[in-house]
Design a protein around this ligand. Structure first.
Ligand code: ATP
Ligand code: MG
Length: 423
């Protein structure tokens, strides 16, 4: 695993050569205990950040000074990204960012972390230091704040999101009642958290195995209304629940945070396919441009799809949308249909499955002629006229199930141009 990888050994050796002591902490230790694999390695160390930089550079490692102010130095190798953070305590906070002071106390460093299972340290030789018995909480599926939950939340309100995200990842119901109650009390504080930090946690939540139950909790504990007021309605969960329990039975379909978000966003009764509104929503959430585009496309493409689509239309949509977007659109449309009564009968469900099968069987095709062919044949100069002819050829080609080859398409265009001249 990554803990014994040569690159990791180099990082630890570099710190030791400089007189420092380092331990694994956070996600990596947690996931190692759960036997999951990770390439995002969190390390705590007792060197000051500037010394860490020198130590790593001396050992020839590539260093990115990500968060020097907060004591974090990042080393990047082919194998992993190492986030090396100097032991620290939080002195003051405005509920968003803590003013930090460095310390040489490992326990002090542990106390400023959020949850018991995020404060498990591990030496290179595998020795575990677990000051708050996080391993038991992890085993029993309990997300437990270190210290007084209410105080810890007031230090950094993002911890509310992390509480639910980690519950979705590792928790077993019921929620830790003390933590959940503290989240309810502190939820208003999420208003001041930067949208980027909220986005990261939201997407991580949507990446969990089945987020619907946790989102329901976030509605119940009045957290979701603060960050995503438009989505804070349990009836919206039906589509996502349906997706996660039905669609994922097909091995070709992977769980997907953006698709889940689309299922949450698009109320089943709502056939409103407003691409622009969905784009605004995605931007507001600080999704990347690509993510926003994909999200909004799912919303608007879904309204193109119906169970009884002809083969012809299916082919066109596969060609126009591409197979991934087509599959997304089918899933969203099916989920919308399946999550309100009257539910589709078995015949209709077969049709939906047929659409997904068509996607699995789809072989991408390309229009067999290009603008150059039109130019060479003297049918049109480069420009809008050529564009119109290409469009015409594509329509004909689509209507004939992609069968016509270049000769037939050119003959068709020539005939069309001749007819045009006759008019
Ligand atoms: P992931 O798998 O998402 O990386 P992680 O637990 O490693 O999970 P990081 O954001 O990488 O999360 O943070 C690393 C460690 O830093 C955490 O395990 C936790 O100990 C501490 N930490 C991170 N964010 C906070 C926070 N907002 N408040 C307190 N401690 C935090
Ligand atoms: Mg991490």
């Amino acid at each position: 695993g990554i803990m014994t990888h040569p690159d990791t050994v180099r990082v630890f050796d570099a710190i030791a050569a400089h007189g420092g002591k380092a331990r694994f902490v956070g996600g990596l230790v947690r996931d190692a205990l759960l036997k999951r694999d990770l390439v995002d390695v969190d390390i705590a160390c007792d060197l000051k950040p500037e010394e860490t930089v020198i130590a790593l550079e001396k050992a020839g490692l590539k260093v990115v000074p990500t968060g020097l102010k907060h004591g974090t130095v990042t080393a990047v190798t082919d194998a992993a990204t190492y986030e090396i953070t100097t032991l620290r305590i939080d002195v003051t906070t405005d509920g968003r960012h803590a003013e930090v002071a460095f310390t040489d106390s490992w326990l002090g460093d542990a106390k400023r972390r959020d949850f018991t299972f995020n404060a498990i340290y591990c030496d290179q030789d595998g020795t575990i230091y677990d000051p708050f018995d996080g391993e038991t909480d992890l085993r029993e599926g309990r997300v437990r704040f270190i210290g007084i939950a209410e105080d810890r939340i007031a230090e950094d309100y993002l911890r509310i999101m992390r509480f639910f995200r980690f519950h979705a990842w590792f928790g077993r119901p019921p929620l830790d009642p003390i933590g959940a109650e503290a989240c309810r009390k502190g939820a208003h504080g999420l208003r001041n958290i930067s949208p980027e930090r909220l986005r990261d946690e939201t997407l991580k939540l949507l990446r969990s195995r089945s987020p619907a139950a946790t989102i329901k909790d976030m509605i119940g504990f009045k957290v979701l209304p603060v960050i995503l007021p438009d989505l804070a309605d349990t009836s919206r969960l039906r589509m996502m629940e349906w997706l996660d329990s039905n669609a994922l039975a097909d091995p070709a379909i992977r769980p997907d945070p953006l698709r889940r978000l689309a299922a949450l966003y698009r109320a089943p009764e709502n056939t409103d396919d407003d691409f622009l509104a969905a784009t605004d929503f995605g931007k507001g959430l600080r999704l990347s441009n690509d993510e926003t585009e994909r999200f909004a496309a799912m919303i608007s493409d879904a309204s193109l799809i119906s169970a009884d689509m002809s083969e012809d239309t299916t082919r066109r949509d596969l060609y126009r949308l591409g197979v991934d977007a087509f599959r997304d659109a089918v899933l969203i449309a099916w989920a919308a249909r399946a999550s309100v009564p009257p539910r589709p009968g078995s015949v209709e469900n077969k049709q939906w499955q047929g659409l997904l099968q068509a996607a699995n069987d789809w072989v991408p095709v390309k229009l067999p002629i290009q603008g150059r062919d039109i130019l060479v044949a003297g049918l049109a100069p480069a420009g809008p006229q050529m564009g119109r002819l290409l469009k015409l050829a594509e329509e004909y080609w689509l209507a004939n199930a992609f069968v016509p080859g270049p000769d037939e398409l050119m003959a068709y265009l020539a005939a069309q141009s001749a007819a045009k001249l006759q008019e």
